[in-house]
Design a protein around this ligand. Structure first.
Ligand code: FES
Length: 157
């Protein structure tokens, strides 16, 4: 016990009463526990906030991808959708959309209107109009995104 609490006499003062040393020790422990609990209490809402933020972005409704009239057939635009870029392409039958994230290493895929396909600028992956890879290092298809046209506006689901 005395090894954990050096005697004050070693510092030039009177040795502490054994009860005083124990009280100081307990006070310090309680102070640290209280501080730790306060920190935990302050951070307690954080996981819930992060979960709700994720839920909102994953489930939270649709994305307005702009007016259909401003996207001529054979053109495309990239819009943010649930925290990631989405590529919206206007085909003769209507708009289609995909996550614009290359399945090789995650670069942003672009629309190549001359060839009528989607291309990745990083390593040259090419995707057809259904999102399937047709050449290059990508092995998986681009993830499709549901599209609807409501009151002349393109909406991504
Ligand atoms: Fe797209 Fe490599 S990241 S081809």
């Amino acid at each position: 016990m005395s090894a954990a609490f050096p005697a004050r006499s070693a510092l030039g003062g009177a040795p502490p009463h054994p009860e005083t040393g124990r009280r100081e020790f307990l006070s310090r422990i309680l102070l640290r526990l209280t501080g730790g609990l306060s920190t935990l209490a302050a951070l307690a809402p954080l996981p819930g906030y992060l979960r709700s933020a994720r839920r909102d972005s994953d489930v939270g409704g649709t994305t307005d991808a702009g007016p259909l009239a401003s996207l001529p057939t054979g053109t495309a635009r990239v819009v943010p959708h649930r925290g990631r870029p989405a590529l919206v392409v206007r085909l003769p039958d209507g708009p289609v959309a995909f996550r614009a994230v290359c399945t090789h290493l995650g670069c942003i895929v672009h629309w190549d209107g001359k060839r009528g396909e989607m291309r990745c600028p990083c390593h040259g992956a090419r995707y057809d109009l259904s999102g399937r890879p047709i050449s290059g290092p990508a092995r998986g298809p681009l993830a499709p995104i549901p599209v609807a046209v409501e009151k002349g506006a393109i909406r991504l689901g």
